[in-house]
Design a protein around this ligand. Structure first.
Ligand SMILES: Nc1ncnc2c1ncn2[C@@H]1O[C@H](COP(=O)(O)OP(=O)(O)OP(=O)(O)O)[C@@H](O)[C@H]1O
Ligand code: SF4
Ligand SMILES: [Mg+2]
Length: 338
């Protein structure tokens, strides 16, 4: 379905190359993101999923301006931006990143109060201490850590993983961003606490109309958080399928998405799976051995000579799919409705 709003953020033909680690002279760069195009709309939740090393965090860091892409354009709120160092446009206060590792993200020698105070003070230089305290109190209430004094005087190591994640969330929303990129925000916390953090994100999205990019390799939390949003499935640095999450999970079209969903059955009585995984080989692809044609070719059951040339997106009724031989790929739902 075509969205008629103006996108909050647009990534256009983003490519990212990294130097290979090591000191070998003449060693080749790794092409981590390839021709990534992504529009994020106001108030939308976009989930990005894919296996380890496919480039999800790199994409998140590009969206938040922590990495400058090797090529491509980034547009935010109708203006072209060029990374954190773009002094002309203060766009990046409006985009916040929640890192996966909450220990690393919080300064260990600052109390929680200090960690929350500093960014608000930087943003609102004229605010008095009492105004900032009021804002901190409001945030603590929003993230459900009450009474706040119990937490504000503590250091990061004195909080649980779930509490630290909530503090990161409070710090991210303290600057009233329009967009939050949350990179595997619940993967390091107890299953029992995951739901409350996911609910918090959903609530913030609904209450404050904040857009979220939710990065994960976990299909069940992805499905929960983005239940009415979009999903982008990544494989070796490319978005291979994107569409409404319900449609993509029910009837995935790209051969990788079909295998991914069958490999991680979702607890739903309608899920019947298909037994053997639809893959030619169980080997894991590598960014370094990327060839000119389809990156999934080595593992794909439906590959043919068309797959060795440049691969194009096909717009189906429900999704955009990067595949040259889509007519050969099954189109029946993985969820059976009988
Ligand atoms: N700063 C960097 N310098 C060099 N290579 C990097 C850098 N950051 C990431 N990479 C490489 O880019 C590739 C993608 O990494 P990235 O962290 O984006 O993957 P990911 O999908 O987030 O993986 P995971 O699910 O394990 O977090 C990897 O091969 C990684 O080694
Ligand atoms: S382009 Fe070919 S190899 Fe790639 S996913 Fe489609 S059918 Fe498989
Ligand atoms: Mg990552």
């Amino acid at each position: 379905m075509q969205n008629e709003q103006t996108p909050l953020m647009q990534l256009k033909d983003i490519n990212m190359h990294f130097k290979k680690p090591g000191l070998q002279l003449g060693s080749k760069n790794i092409h981590v993101l390839k021709d990534v195009n992504l529009d994020i709309y106001p108030g939308e939740i976009v989930a990005v999923i894919g296996e380890s090393g496919c480039g999800k965090t790199t994409l998140g860091k590009i969206i938040t301006g922590l990495f400058r892409p090797t090529s491509g354009e980034i547009w935010f709120d109708g203006k072209k931006v060029s990374g954190l160092f773009d002094k002309k446009i203060n766009s990046y206060a409006q985009i916040q990143f929640i890192q996966q590792d909450s220990y690393a993200a919080l300064n260990p020698v600052r109390t929680i109060y200090q960690s929350l105070y500093a960014p608000i003070k930087t943003m609102h230089r004229k605010w008095k201490k009492s105004q900032i305290d009021e804002r901190i109190e409001e945030l603590m209430s929003l993230i459900g850590l009450q009474p706040s004094e119990q937490f504000l005087t503590k250091y990061p190591h004195q909080l649980s993983g779930g509490q630290r994640q909530r503090i990161l969330m409070a710090r991210a929303i303290s600057l009233d961003p329009k967009l939050i990129v949350a990179d595997e925000p619940v993967s390091m916390i107890d299953v029992s606490l995951r739901l409350s953090l996911l609910n918090l994100m959903k609530e913030l999205n609904a209450k404050l109309n904040m857009s979220f990019v939710y990065i994960s390799h976990d299909l069940s939390t992805t499905r929960y958080i983005a239940s009415s949003g979009r999903v982008c499935v990544m494989y070796l640095g490319e978005i291979v399928e994107s569409g409404n999450i319900g449609d993509v999970i029910q009837t995935p079209r790209h051969p990788y998405t079909r295998a991914l969903i069958q490999a991680v059955p979702i607890p739903d009585p309608r899920f019947k799976g298909e037994g053997k995984l639809p893959l030619k080989s169980m080997g894991v692809g590598s960014l370094e051995s990327r060839t000119q044609g389809c990156a999934f070719e080595e593992r794909c059951l439906y590959s043919c000579e068309k797959c060795f040339g440049s691969v194009k997106y096909v717009q189906t009724e429900t999704a955009s799919v990067l595949c040259n031989n889509l007519e050969a790929v099954p189109s029946h739902p993985i969820y059976k409705t009988d």
